[in-house]
Design a protein around this ligand. Structure first.
Ligand SMILES: [Zn+2]
Ligand SMILES: [Zn+2]
Length: 288
């Protein structure tokens, strides 16, 4: 059974709308994963989640929704769309928010802060849905036809990677690592990540920088596209999707990064497919 993966937000750090980001998109991270015939699973709640919420509401024909949102971490670009997720205000809906329990501010506090009067005009009392917040870490969680596993990655304040696999076809899997610094990892940490991403149909990985840009930005928690290619090759992934585009990166510049990434792969002859995440695009993993 295949998984369909739709990108609602691909941009890192801050929204970047404008004439030069039309093709790859300006919304911050939000990815929808659907196993055939099942409900959607949402990865991250950047500004892309606003439009997804409206689409989920219309798909439900006015019926209450039951939905799981998995946050990689609580940096602003991964949560700022949450107050605009319209299912929150729908009576009878049930929204489960999962994330790493190791983040500096516990998730519940972050949610209250997002909805506090100093930063948002709608009171949390207006939230009609039942909202449950809990840790995504520990044993893989099974929901909506998928098993969801986590791995801690290298990012200031802590973050996790997710591996989402179809329960009916475990080989159909997406590994989602939007914020992670690959350089400087020790061999054991790197090996754990390679094993976690092993054989992924789709590896969506942080590709914020070029190697020239990375010098002077060590420790900021992000990767170069070159390092993302090396990880995908080491893990034997089928398709690498460059993700978390720098806000200033234009569509034309992203095209050029994809070409450079493909040139690295060509030298290895691995067959790895490389593209860059584009807002509105749907990719299918697995199935016949
Ligand atoms: Zn980010
Ligand atoms: Zn971050």
């Amino acid at each position: 059974m295949s998984l369909s993966v739709r990108f609602w937000g691909t941009r890192g750090s801050v929204p970047a709308p404008g004439a030069h980001t039309l093709r790859y998109g300006g919304n911050t991270p939000c990815v929808e994963v659907r196993a055939e015939g099942e409900a959607s699973i949402i990865l991250d709640a950047g500004t892309g989640i606003r439009e997804l919420g409206d689409v989920l509401n219309s798909r439900a024909n006015g019926e209450p929704l039951s939905v799981d949102i998995f946050l990689t971490h609580t940096h602003w670009d991964h949560i700022q769309g949450l107050p605009f997720f319209s299912p929150l205000y729908k009576q009878g809906s049930c929204i489960r928010i999962w994330g790493p329990d190791s983040v500096e501010a516990p998730l519940g506090n972050v949610f209250r802060l997002l909805m506090s009067p100093a930063v948002f005009p709608v009171s949390s009392e207006e939230v009609r849905a039942k909202v449950d917040i809990g840790p995504a870490t520990g044993a893989p969680r099974r929901t909506a036809g998928c098993d969801i596993a986590t791995l801690a990655v290298q990012h200031p304040g802590g973050a996790v990677a997710y591996r989402v696999s179809s329960t009916r076809e475990p080989g159909s899997s997406l590994v989602y690592v939007p914020d992670n610094e690959l350089a400087g990892k020790d061999a054991r940490e790197r090996d754990r990540l390679v094993q976690f991403a092993r054989g992924a149909g789709l590896l969506v990985h942080d590709s914020t920088y070029t190697s020239e840009e990375y010098s002077g930005r060590q420790g900021w928690g992000h990767s170069t596209f070159e390092d993302a290619v090396e990880l995908a090759l080491a893990a034997g992934a089928a398709h690498l999707v460059l993700f978390h585009h720098a806000p200033e990166r234009t569509d034309v510049e992203i095209d050029a990064l994809v070409e450079k990434a493909r040139a690295i792969e060509k030298g290895r002859g691995s067959g790895l497919v490389i593209t860059a995440a584009a807002e509105g695009e749907t990719l299918v993993v697995g199935g016949d």
